[in-house]
Design a protein around this ligand. Sequence first.
Ligand SMILES: [Cu+2]
Length: 67
Amino acid sequence: MNPTHQHFDVQGMTCGHCERAVTQAVRRVDPAAEVRIDRQAGTVDVQTALAREQIAQAITEEGYTVR
Ligand SMILES: [Cu+2]
């Protein structure tokens, strides 16, 4: 499956640590994922071959709210 671009609105990212935590959570389920985060806007953009639900679940399990 080819990687696709997925956009998530994520609540609760307040600092650089949060950005790293979310990035690492996504990379744990997809080591090849490209992750871009704008914490002011509360957005996470991921280039991944995984299903959207898998990425959303990884972010949720890290303790952040995906809307
Ligand atoms: Cu933080």
